[in-house]
Design a protein around this ligand. Structure first.
Ligand code: SF4
Length: 225
């Protein structure tokens, strides 16, 4: 496929920056801001957030962090205790095990600190590229990473910026097809837009601030208003 013109990407990103100003931030962004970008809180909240509504992620993270908010203290909890604290996030049993095992690895292998490289982050149980990229962007201020979740994947394809089947393919395509200056912002802008306007089904194209730049690839039905 051909690359989107960089002035189109620029116009979309500028329009989204303005349009999301009054919208609610994604849960992990809020947790990052209130914790002063603490890498551990961002890591755990992102692990809990997969396929889970924001309000549920925020409440589960708050319950867990009230009881334990460091790698050694969470590592000492049992899986059952973590399950109870994070329920009803989706896959709470798997996530409880991953959180506990990741905390153990942070203690045993990384001196109780969250590592700051992609390679090391990917060693942690339950941590994939999405989580690692978000920790690198939000907590370690990386300007070289793009974090792709389901919203970023869907909207990048609808906009015609990429033509991909998986979030990992989308991440690699975005490195090729967009300028580096936008990489740290792509997640915040597209996730916020995906939660509010460019929803998975019945996107609100009529109310969309970037409709003039969007070929709506793959969109078959839109919201009436
Ligand atoms: S015009 Fe529709 S499909 Fe395109 S970004 Fe906006 S809401 Fe999504």
């Amino acid at each position: 496929m051909t690359k989107p013109p960089s002035k189109t990407v620029h116009a979309v990103m500028r329009a989204l920056a303005r349009a999301i100003d009054n919208l609610e931030l994604p849960a992990v962004e809020k947790i990052a801001r209130t914790s002063q970008e603490d890498p551990f809180e961002v890591l755990i909240a992102t692990m809990l957030s997969a396929q889970t509504r924001d309000a549920v992620t925020a409440a589960a993270s708050a319950r867990l962090f009230r009881v334990a908010r460091t790698p050694p203290t969470i590592a000492k909890l049992s899986e059952k205790q973590i399950e109870k604290l994070i329920y009803p996030v989706s896959f709470y049993r798997h996530k409880a095990k991953h959180v506990r095992d990741a905390c153990r690895m942070l203690v045993d292998r990384f001196g109780g600190r969250v590592p700051s490289t992609m390679e090391e982050l990917l060693m942690l149980p339950g941590v994939g590229r999405k989580t690692a990229n978000l920790v690198l962007i939000l907590s370690f201020k990386s300007l070289k990473n793009v974090c792709v979740d389901t919203h970023v994947h869907r909207i990048s394809n609808r906009l015609g910026w990429v033509r991909t089947r998986t979030p990992d393919e989308t991440e690699q395509a975005l490195y090729k097809n967009t300028r580096e200056r936008w990489w740290p912002y792509i997640n915040l802008y597209l996730v916020t837009w995906g939660q509010n306007v460019c929803r998975p089904i019945y996107p609100r194209c009529g109310a969309c601030a970037i409709r003039g730049y969007c070929p709506r690839i793959g969109v078959t039905q839109i919201a009436k208003r």
